[in-house]
Design a protein around this ligand. Structure first.
Ligand code: DX5
Ligand code: ZN
Length: 227
């Protein structure tokens, strides 16, 4: 199964409720939280996540690109996020944080910037519900997909298989109709798409198109059996 998570970073921030409704067939709504410190951009925080959660039935996938997620991530669960992703580069105690996110009732997810390898975190994977591999440097929508991340996606998929984990593997950055199949072939099963969805004339149709492309690949993938 392939999940498509439109990123509202590419939506019209003045019409968030409508923009959320425009992609109601999506699996999750990807919400990029940026603090101007971890990344050089500033977006939104807890109050907007809370309001958005009330405005849509689509569950919220909060991607925290912030310093000190140990302190701030739990409040996003309280605000209604169904999944909370913190960056390992910013977390002081990723295991404790993942456990806290799960204990509060959300899916716990950890993100890696392009220069961060997966190997040091192999033993942490059972603590997580999802692993996010950034396929651009985080901070902005509309950047070009980094093909050099494909081997990391492949190696992560192998580690998930090796440990027999039910871990979702998400890719974020430059995912579009021209790159999604490469990501799926490498082993991703959750796809964030900002400009490819909200830049399209019909965002809901763009979601359906991306899902069909990804599913055609994952259906044939040996690691996808039983998904
Ligand atoms: C980038 C964000 C992404 C962004 C993706 O730092 O984490 O979620 O919205 O946008 P596209 O799909 O346009 O690359
Ligand atoms: Zn994101």
């Amino acid at each position: 199964m392939a999940q498509i998570n439109p990123s509202i970073l590419s939506a019209d921030f003045a019409r968030l409720a409508e923009e959320a409704k425009a992609v109601e067939g999506a699996d999750w709504l990807h919400v990029d939280v940026m603090d101007n410190h971890f990344v050089p951009n500033l977006t939104l925080g807890v109050p907007i996540v809370e309001a958005l959660g009330k405005a849509t039935d689509t569950p919220l996938d909060c991607h925290l690109m912030i310093e000190d997620p140990d302190r701030w991530a739990p409040s996003y669960v309280e605000a209604g996020a169904g999944s909370v992703t913190f960056h390992v580069e910013a977390a002081a105690a990723p295991v404790r944080l993942a456990r806290e996110i799960r204990a509060k009732g959300a899916r716990a997810s950890m993100a890696l910037k392009p220069a961060t390898p997966i190997e040091p975190y192999e033993d942490l994977l059972p603590e997580l519900d999802m692993l996010l591999i950034m396929t651009v440097e985080p901070g902005f929508g509309g950047q070009a997909f980094l093909d050099i991340m494909l081997p990391k996606i492949r190696r992560t998929r192998e580690l998930i298989g090796k440990h027999g984990l039910e871990l979702w593997l998400q890719v974020d950055g430059g995912v579009s109709s021209t790159t999604i199949e490469r990501c799926a072939e490498a082993g991703a099963d959750v796809f964030v798409a900002g400009s490819a969805v909200y830049g399209a004339e019909d965002p809901a149709a763009a979601v359906r198109g991306l899902r069909a492309q990804a599913e055609a690949v994952t259906a044939a993938a040996p690691w996808a059996c039983g998904h």
